[in-house]
Design a protein around this ligand. Sequence first.
Ligand code: PLP
Length: 634
Amino acid sequence: MMKTTQTAKKAKNNVIKRIDILTLFPDMVNSAFQESIISRAVSKDILKINCHQIRKYTTNKQGKVDDYPYSGGPGLVMAYQPIADCIRSVSAECDSTPYVIYMSPQGNPFNQKKAQELVQKENLMILCGHYEGIDERVLEEFIDEEVSLGDFVLTGGEIPAMAVADCVARLIPGVLAEGSAEKESHTGLLLEYPQYTRPAEIEGKKIPEILLSGKHDEIEKWQVKTAEERTKLKRPDLYEIYEEEKLNSQTYYFDNSATTRQADVVTEEMCRTVKFLYGNPSSLHHMGLEAERRLTEARKTIAETIGAAEKEIYFTSCATESNNWAIKGYLEANPRAGKKVLISATEHPSVLETAQSLTKSGYTVGFLPVDSKGIVDIEELKKAVTADTAVISVMHVNSETGAIQPIKEIANAAKAINPNVMVHSDCVQSYGKLQVNAKALGVDMLSVSAHKIHGPRGVGFLYVKDGIRIAPLLCGGGQEKALRSGTENLPAIAGFSVIAKQANEKIKEHEEHVKELNIIFREILTEEIRACNVISSDECCPYVLNVAFPGLRAEVIQHSVEQKGVYISVGSACSSHKKDRSPTLTSMGYNNNVIDGAIRISFTYQNTAEQVKFAAKVICAEVKKLYARRKGRR
Ligand code: PLP
């Protein structure tokens, strides 16, 4: 609520000097500040607290401050005129325009953070309502903020006003003994540690021994530990925020091509769907229809992100499933399409192994070679495509190097030779980061996974161009137009659609930010380590940076930087389950000495330049140590 008319006088300093409380019961409020700490602060002139009787400002003879509500019902409402005159008159006395709050159960929750905000207002005015409340027009005209002490109702605003004034006043420097407010409950995210006073033992109860040790460092550790324990026990809600902040401040996560941290908007959407849309989208009752509506909406949102029609999007459990299904499903539905499958030499195992498994069924698999930058050689592709080629699968962005394949050119070249060839692209590392438009890429199918763009794990989709025949891998209840049976994972699909929309709307903005991070990272590494071999070329997708430290072992680098909170991955492994080298770097012409020392740094738009600088310095320090150790051994 913003007040509209008071003329602003500029606040001169950022600590509260004066609190004015406007009330029908000033004696009640005054009594709270005539004792103890606050009264001493007032007598030392650190702070002024004034209570004002609103009734003094009535213009009617009876001194009436309230009237019946126009909407009927019991109770009386405090009228506009006396409050307005009281606020104007008290404001005129203040050195700067007061910040006016109204104590109301409808207001913003009052907590330590709010108190810290309010203590920075030079003049604070607190309006206390009574009876059924106050005329709404007072709120519109004069009130900067409504503040609530909690979800309960009192007979008036006086008790909350006293609580707010007390809490704010004790934050003014000089009111409490120095340092007393620093380690209290709610000052940070933890509740305060336990307190003891003399004697050290009473009725057989001893204080913790550490407090008698005189070891200040140890005592401080004990304070943090006990504060954490009791916050976890008494306020798990606060502890969760504390844990998250602690994790974020100590984690330098650069393994975003492996997976990303799920976005809060996704978690919120998933929780909403779990709670309210738990009907099965296949059920014919209202709950089912509601769930189906959300499913359709998600499909539409996702289809729009790649310029496809809703009917061309099939939800799956992950991109591995999408890749398997695209290739196997197409060949099963099109047995006369040919007996040859072509894939690039740098495909993800979910494509590579799917293709290789087909050899058992009589298919041959051809590998399209790549150049030193990891890009498919179009001339070689032209030589490889024949009338017998049924499928070509080439990933859009390489997960290890960030190399961007010319998918449109590949599709055009292949279809010029064999118009019936089905072109599939694994777009897992490009979706939401680069523009992925099914038509612009010229593909018949494309695969995507949600967890690479801050979406949930366990959901992906396969785009199948209208008119392309595909057989199901999963048969059963007939979901996804009978092509992918199994009850849809609606919470994950809904969460995915939210982040898909957001990521696709911000592609350019995020890309520019990540490009800068990538440049900073590579500059620090190459400037500090002469042997650093940058594998990802400047034309690569900036979300991935693959660099090698020849002669070192990437796993050793990975584990040593992890000790400092920096998370990266090995630059050339099929997956963490398979320790053998992936073919990507080999096919780009690198020798094993380089390949074994390759690390992959992968970014998200959430990374910051500070994180990059810290992580790059940590990597440099560890790499220098490892090189020095290696030299010492020779
Ligand atoms: N394709 C590429 C290029 C990938 O990077 C990954 C995951 O790392 C996958 C497919 C598999 O994705 P999912 O984890 O959704 O099965």
